[in-house]
Design a protein around this ligand. Structure first.
Ligand code: AMP
Length: 395
């Protein structure tokens, strides 16, 4: 796996695919700079070597050229974060972009206009990718969030940089973290899968059954498993057509020696509402008119014990409806458990959608080993799929 550390960028122009798809407010100010900060180490390494950086990204989903999606809006923020003046060029291919690249001196940074102003970008057009390839000597992909897309700037462009392409430090870290969880991690390995539906997690479950020692299942998925085993789940969320599948998963896990941990008690509510009446109930005896919306105290304690024995932990999906304050306790407790295990030396990766939001919201971001920056890309990795953006660098 070639990373930026395998290259010296002195007098080289690095064409870097970053993920600057950041949220903007109505005044076009960046409201969350995480992604820009995450790309900083790679850019700084290039500049410190004595090279220059040509940054390319998409922003939002423009239909053709739309000023509201211009990357010009974020140029000043990128300058501030990097501590280097950033020049913006109002095209991402063609004579204007090429002239701006030609004028670039070592230590300087150029930001190209939104790649998605051209539909060729998402189409993975080879001609467009070739035009992009003229804008640098070495190609670096540091955009994990789009690594699962075979777009021109994330995948296709790599074919024009034989021997001179590599992963940025952010993307390398993502790959290493996934690898630690799925193949090289210290045992026992535990995966916590929460969230709402079995159907959206089934491919992940099937893939990780070969890799983990413990599988904790929580959140809304719980009830499909409990009902399939004959429990009374009241009005809890359930995918009736996935009950067979749930039983199959349990059987497969047993055959593979994977220990499955399901909630034993839950916080029941008489409505899907933060102000609903609540009571702790046995997960197999939820009364009609009630639904399980969070993990119960015994469940929290059981999950804590499993987490504390684990040396490698993957967390994907909340244990309850954490968006409602009264049903966030299980998710917060799990965050505490994982933070404690991490402090004691376990490796912990939080990845994919809502668990990342929960970890950030409840302040666990710096208490786990790694928080993935890519939702869809992380989910596809956990499903065992190879990502085109990653393969393109390796080939
Ligand atoms: P996912 O996107 O599949 O990871 O699901 C995340 C969503 O699952 C969050 O919005 C949670 O509110 C929801 N969720 C978690 N537990 C439950 C539950 N017991 N009942 C309904 N929704 C839940």
């Amino acid at each position: 796996m070639k990373t930026i550390n395998d290259f010296n960028f002195e007098n080289k122009k690095a064409l870097i695919r970053v993920d600057f798809n950041v949220p903007l407010n109505e005044g076009f100010e960046v409201t969350d700079t995480t992604r820009i900060e995450a790309a900083k180490p790679t850019i700084i390494k290039v500049l410190e070597d004595g090279g220059s950086a040509v940054l390319m990204s998409h922003l939002g989903r423009p239909k053709g050229v739309q000023d509201e999606f211009s990357l010009q809006h974020i140029a000043a923020t990128v300058s501030n974060i990097l501590g280097v003046q950033v020049t913006f060029v109002s095209d991402c291919v063609g004579p204007e972009a090429e002239a701006a690249v030609d004028a670039l001196n070592p230590g300087e940074v150029l930001l190209l206009e939104n790649l998605r102003f051209y539909s060729e970008e998402t189409q993975g057009d080879v001609g467009f990718a070739e035009k992009l390839s003229k804008l640098g000597d070495i190609y670096i992909n540091d955009a994990f969030g789009t690594a699962h897309r075979a777009h021109a700037s994330t995948t296709i462009v790599a074919q024009f940089f034989s021997g001179s392409k590599c992963f940025g430090s952010l993307l390398a870290k993502e790959i290493e973290s996934i690898d630690k969880v799925l193949s090289s991690g210290q045992k026992p390995v535990t995966a916590v899968l929460g969230g709402s539906k079995v159907s959206s997690k089934i491919t992940i479950i099937e893939n990780i059954l070969d890799k983990v020692d413990h599988l904790i299942i929580g959140g809304g998925m719980t009830y499909t498993f409990v009902k399939a085993q004959g429990g009374q789940i009241g009005d809890s969320i359930c995918e009736d057509d996935k009950q067979e599948l749930a039983l199959e998963i349990l059987k497969k896990a047993e055959a593979k020696g994977v220990k499955i941990h399901l909630p034993v008690d839950v916080l029941g509510a008489d409505d899907f509402n933060n102000n609903a009446n609540t009571k702790v109930v046995d997960v197999t005896a939820i009364p009609e008119g009630w639904q399980g919306l969070d993990a119960g105290p015994n469940t929290i304690s059981n999950f804590h014990d499993v987490i504390m024995q684990s040396k490698t932990i993957l967390w994907n999906g909340p244990l309850g409806v954490f968006e409602m304050e009264n049903f966030a306790k299980g998710t917060i407790a799990l965050g505490h458990s994982i933070a404690e295990a991490t402090e004691k030396g376990a490796f912990s990766l939080v990845g994919g959608g809502d668990s990342v939001a929960a970890v950030k919201q409840f302040g666990f971001g710096d208490k786990v080993s790694y928080v993935s920056t890519g939702g869809g890309a992380m989910l596809e990795s956990l499903e065992g799929k190879s990502l085109p953006g990653i393969e393109a660098i390796k080939s």
